[in-house]
Design a binder for this molecule. Structure first.
Ligand SMILES: Cc1cc2nc3c(=O)[nH]c(=O)nc-3n(C[C@H](O)[C@H](O)[C@H](O)COP(=O)(O)OP(=O)(O)OC[C@H]3O[C@@H](n4cnc5c(N)ncnc54)[C@H](O)[C@@H]3O)c2cc1C
Length: 391
């Protein structure tokens, strides 16, 4: 990047300078996991996060799928009860389709403590975690952070962009950037224990959730009520859709969430990349992980499993590059090669994007009542597929 291209908000006067093997930008699940793995390999890692606390401003519902629960040691005390039932609802108040699994398919993470626990694991591994510290860009070959103590220059061998769907690091490294984005919003509130089974309700109605779905996840501890879709297709905006959905959402105990006082309702939301894994996600200076790399299922919009798996691959490639001193090893981190595993899901996403009216959604929903339709839904919701294994 030339001096003329340096963004205006990168401070010109930076007195303090630190060095690290790797600067990781963003302490979501992807950044935390990548930083921890690298530090466990013995590398000096600085993790910069603009939020002042890891448990604040949570964006995600936090539904972990069975494959993730099987393969990653998430702290059980921060996971809700297992969910085995999914109820699919057509537009309006039509007859739903209920799918039950013999296995524990989902658990909803209690995300604030879960992020904090991941932060403690990172610190224990030796990661220097800098909260309230924003990455602003590159100047004269160094990365410039702005933290509580003022601007800071970081000289790092590699930078990892774990800074979410609208990654600034991706832009600065000249890598691919997410173009196809859904936006999602949800409200979370405690529910009274009632002895009912945990249920994941999905409403397929493009007037509420254009080209995606509206959801109620009630695991007996918390209910999450949310909508997501293409931002330009909500008839009355994302907030309007969420308000309409809240008024009719299925599966909630009577009086909820209207009975909850605003202070008791947590609001979450943000962009969700659904264009599939980006092709160019590495260069000689660094790489992208998580949402920044587009590592989200284009069909289900689930990103927690992909971000953990891709972070493992990223940490292995970076470790090798650091140990051998050969930056070209980062070329093994190849989004184009991994993207092939998303072909089917990208095709289905294109199909979903065509469902623009409740009438078309109702017609498509009729297929879910047939045995092949139910089998296909079970494959998507209860299947064993996960993010393609990079190794
Ligand atoms: C409403 C909603 C619900 C979802 N529900 C689910 C679900 O139930 N299950 C599922 O599997 N997936 C879900 N997803 C997707 C999933 O949450 C994401 O794919 C996943 O959390 C991505 O993690 P990440 O670490 O890549 O990004 P993020 O969690 O977005 O972390 C990026 C971090 O970078 C920080 N950052 C950004 N810019 C800077 C900067 N300049 N300097 C310093 N720090 C910076 C941000 O503050 C943030 O902490 C959902 C997404 C949304 C929006």
């Amino acid at each position: 990047m030339t001096a003329a291209e340096v963004p205006a908000d990168v401070p010109a006067e930076v007195a303090a300078e630190v060095a690290a093997d790797v600067l990781v930008v963003g302490a979501g699940l992807a950044g935390l996991h990548t930083a921890t793995l690298l530090a466990r390999h013995g590398h000096d890692v600085l993790l910069a996060e603009r939020r002042t606390g890891l448990g604040g401003a949570v964006r995600t519902t936090g539904i972990f799928v069975r494959k993730t629960l099987d393969d990653f040691p998430l702290p059980a005390e921060h996971l809700g009860p297992p969910i085995r039932r999914v109820v699919l609802h057509p537009p309006g108040r039509g007859r739903p389709v209920t799918l039950d699994s013999a296995r524990d398919e989902y658990r909803v993470g209690d995300m604030a403590p879960l992020y904090r626990a991941a932060g403690r694991a990172a610190a224990d591994a030796g990661v220097r975690v800098a909260l309230g510290t924003r990455y602003t860009g590159r100047r004269d070959g160094a990365h410039v952070l702005v933290g509580p103590g003022g601007p800071l220059r970081v000289r790092a061998r590699f930078v990892v962009g774990a800074d979410g769907a609208r990654s600034r690091v991706a832009r600065d490294l000249g890598l691919d950037r997410n173009r196809a984005l859904l936006v999602g919003a949800e409200e979370v509130f405690a529910v009274p224990a009632g002895g009912r089974p945990p249920v994941f309700h999905c409403v397929l109605d493009p007037s509420l959730a254009p080209a995606y779905l509206a959801w109620v996840v009630d695991d007996g501890r918390h209910a999450h009520v949310g909508v997501a879709g293409y931002p330009d297709r909500f008839p009355d905006g994302l907030r309007g859709a969420l308000e309409r959905f809240r008024a009719t959402a299925p599966g909630l105990a009577p009086g909820l969430p209207r009975a909850a006082r605003p202070a008791e309702v947590e609001r979450r939301g943000g962009p969700i990349p659904v264009g599939g894994l980006l092709r160019r996600i590495s260069c000689a200076d660094g790489l992208l992980v998580g949402d920044a790399a587009g590592a989200v299922s284009p069909l289900t919009a689930g990103g927690l499993d992909p971000c953990l798996r891709l972070s493992e691959h990223a940490a292995a490639v970076l470790d090798e590059a650091l140990r051998t001193g050969r930056a070209e090893r980062l070329s093994a981190y190849d989004g184009a090669a991994l993207r092939a595993g998303f072909r089917g899901r990208l095709l289905l996403r294109r199909g979903l994007a065509q469902v623009r009216t409740p009438a078309v959604a109702a017609a498509a929903f009729a297929l879910l009542r047939t045995p092949p339709g139910r089998a296909a839904a079970r494959r998507v919701l209860f299947g064993d597929r996960s993010f393609p294994n990079p190794r």
